[in-house]
Design a protein around this ligand. Structure first.
Ligand SMILES: [Zn+2]
Ligand SMILES: [Zn+2]
Length: 115
């Protein structure tokens, strides 16, 4: 047993993060010995939320290139590539970020006033 290594997601390209093995051709469709991709949990979850294993085969989404060019996955990727690795809670991060900006803003006013 090895600890889960931190890696680069082959779909969104974010790193370092923990990856999971995605069978590009679902095992139940005979893909157990066929190519796999290392995907972060967010990408992996997204693919399987959008498509069933049958959809993936029927739509030909069995390579990383075809996944990337799928309109629904492409728009997901545009969003996820702006998210920090390891964070699935972008909303929480967004308000934490805004709180930080406000804090910096009031610090800046104090500095400008010489406080
Ligand atoms: Zn990813
Ligand atoms: Zn998978």
């Amino acid at each position: 047993m090895t600890a889960q290594a931190l890696d680069t997601c082959e779909l969104c390209g974010r790193s370092p993060l923990a990856t999971t093995v995605h069978h590009l051709i679902p095992r139940e469709k005979g893909g157990s010995l066929l190519p796999t991709a290392l995907l972060c949990k967010a990408c992996h979850r997204q693919i399987h939320a959008l498509y069933t294993n049958s959809d993936l085969v029927v739509l030909g989404l069995t390579t990383l290139d075809s996944l990337r060019s799928d309109p629904q996955i492409a728009s997901y990727l545009r969003w996820i590539m702006r998210q920090a690795p390891g964070s699935d809670r972008s909303c929480t991060n967004q308000s934490a970020y805004e709180a930080n900006v406000n804090l910096l803003g009031s610090r800046m006013k104090q500095v400008l006033r010489g406080e």
